[in-house]
Design a protein around this ligand. Sequence first.
Ligand SMILES: [Zn+2]
Length: 416
Amino acid sequence: MLKFIRITVSVLACSFVAFLLLYPLLIEHSIQYEHPDQGETRFYFPETYEAAKEHFLEFENVLRSDYGRVEHSALRITEDERLTIDTFIVEAEKAERTLMITTGVHGIEGYVGLGMLDVFFAKVYPDLDKETTNLILVHAVNPWGMEEYRRFNENNVDLNRNFIDDRDRFDYEFNEAYVEVNGLLEKDRPLRQLAIEDTGFMLSAISHVIASGADTIKDALVTGQFTHPNGVYYGGLEDEVSTAFMKELMKEGLETGVAQLVYIDLHTGYGPRDQMSIFNTGQDGMSEQEAMEAFNYPLVFAYDSDGFYGIVGGITEYLYGLKDELGAETDVFATTFEFGTLGEGTVGSLRSLKYTIDENQLTQQGAENFRTERVTRHRYMEMFYPSEAKWREKAADDFVEASFGVLGHFGFFNHQ
Ligand SMILES: [Zn+2]
């Protein structure tokens, strides 16, 4: 009997050691962000912030060949002179409409953002009615995060939770659910061996899911939180530099008095992997069915959709509030184009939760070994900037389809 126990214990111990050793190798093999060959896609997908910015600045020539008034501004946001929010403001002769597009509100998502601006100039821009269409194009609202391949900004703030309209009346402690799941989220130590981290997360997540459901964890996070400055989805206690800049830009956009302002904010990460989502704010009054018909597009999240979630301090939501505050006559439509990466369902949600938390812990606390760090970074890249050429090509096609759908609906093209 004693012998049997001894054998069992040694088998278990050996399996555990094997698991510890093999697991990281398997994981590392399964997820590997590799800079894809530019020749594999029709459009330009940058690998560095510098390359993206350089490419964006080249659009000025295109704009100048069509428009008399083109203004470029570069706003530095930290000590680092290279990191700027670059904006083109383009005025039409007989302005009736304004199209505003922003990228990189979540820094790392700015890579797909720039790719989509490249698609925009190749496929959508030529058909715009330039006599009546103003443009506001913003590259890298969060340039620091883009350069660092992070979603959050230089102060760990999620800019898409930082657009609070009335801070005096805002309840910074509203998100009690976040405090509840905090143990799962924030660890006050460096990342350990991957096998331990991943198993620990799985066990902890499963017990949380059983106790309160997967949605509770997701809601606790994505809504945004204002109590844990080192945590994920932290909205900040004051307007960030990027936020103040964007608020002013939106105000100017509304003050031109055009009849229509359409604002498209480009994001990656949420939704099904193979189909970009048009993610509305819920403030436009359109149901899912109405929006799908109006835009002739197969995937829209509206206030009545399954999987629709409200966020606090969102940038597109802010524009609606601002319009009301200013009493602007301009009709506003603000939405997010969301390019899904990890897929939907509990598995997709848990993976994105895990990768988000790990990357934050790595940034705040470091990692005990190099392999853990490398896998954590690769996972994070794939979550926001999939390397697969097929994914990028489909993203481009969806962007074109959705842009024609939305902009066509609001009368931005010549042939209407
Ligand atoms: Zn985003």
